[in-house]
Design a protein around this ligand. Sequence first.
Ligand SMILES: Nc1ncnc2c1ncn2[C@@H]1O[C@H](COP(=O)(O)OP(=O)(O)OP(=O)(O)O)[C@@H](O)[C@H]1O
Ligand SMILES: [Mg+2]
Length: 324
Amino acid sequence: MISTRELTKDFVVSRTETVHAVRGISLDVAPGELVAVLGPNGAGKTTTLRMLTTLIAPTSGTATVAGYDVRSDPARVRRRIGYVGQGNGAGHSQRVGDELLGQGAIYGMDRRAAKRRTAELLENLELKELAQRKVSELSGGQRRRLDVAMGLVHAPGLLFLDEPSTGLDPQNRANLWQHILRMREQHAMTIVLTTHYLDEADSMAERVVVVDHGEVIADDTAEVLKTRLAGDRIVLTVAASNHSRIQELAERLPGAREFTSTGDQVSVRVTDGPGALPILLGAAQQDGVPVAAAQVHRPTLDDVFLNLTGRSLREADTDGKAAA
Ligand SMILES: Nc1ncnc2c1ncn2[C@@H]1O[C@H](COP(=O)(O)OP(=O)(O)OP(=O)(O)O)[C@@H](O)[C@H]1O
Ligand SMILES: [Mg+2]
C-alpha cells in the first residue's frame, strides 16, 4: 500500500539555514496494516505524512502510495487516500453537516451516499447535536472530531491521521478509536497515524515505527520492541543490608542489566521477567535472604525510546516544545 525508499525533505529556511526534516525514510506498509508513527516534536512525522499525501514534494527518494508515484501521479494518489492533518481542515463559516456533505462531493460521492455517510459519522463521533452549528463555534475537541470525520467521509482505502486524538478527552478518545477500528474493519482500511499517546500506539497499532531526527530508528510490533529493546524490570523489596547479595544473584539472570537500589527496593532489567522472577526468588531463599515483596514491570514504549536514544520521549517532547 505504501513503499518509500530513502525519502528526504529539506526545507530551505534562508540562505544560510536548511532544515533536514526527513533524512532518508524507507518504509513499507502492507494493505490492512495499522501503523503508528511515534517520535518527539520535530522528528519529521508530519513532514513524512505530507509527502505521502502529495501535499509537499520530496527533496529526494521515492514513494509509491496506493499503487501510484507521489511525484508523477499525485492526483491518483489523492483520490485513493484520506488525510486528517495536524491542524484544522474544515472551513470556519460552514455548518458541520454541510461541511461533511461538501467533503463527500469533493471526492465524487453521490448525494445520497454522502448523506448516509454524514449521518453515520455524526452519530459515531458524537457530532449529531452539533450538525447545524458553525464550525467556528465548536470547541477544540469537537473540532478535532469533525476533522477526523472529514477524512473518513469517502471511506478511503488508505487513511493518514496526524495526531487524531490530541486534545480529546478520554471518553472521546475512546469513541474515536472505536470508530476508527470499526471503519477499518468495514472498509478494509490501511491506517497510518502519528500520536504522542504511547499507550494508544501500544494497544491499538499492530506496528510501531519510531522516528527521531528524520530517520526510522525502530520498526516492529510494540511487543517485540519492548522485549528486544527494553526488557522487563524486576523490583524486589529487600533490606538494604542484602542489596549487594541480591545484585550478585540478579547478575546471573539472562539479559540482566541496569541494576539500581534505592531505600528498601532493588530493581534489575531482564529479558524475560516472569521467567526470571522465580529463579531469583529461589536463589534468594537458598541464600537465606528474605524478600518482602516482588513485582515484574512490563516496559513501556517510552522505555524503548529511552534505550534507543538515551532520552525519554516525554523529555524529548518537552524540549521540542520549549524550542518551538
Ligand atoms: N515548512 C517548513 N519550513 C521550515 N521548516 C519546517 C517546515 N515544516 C517543518 N519544518 C521543520 O522540520 C522539522 C520536522 O517537522 P515536523 O512537523 O515534520 O515534525 P513532527 O515530527 O510532526 O513534530 P510534532 O510532533 O511537533 O508534530 C522541524 O524541525 C520543523 O521545524
Ligand atoms: Mg507533527
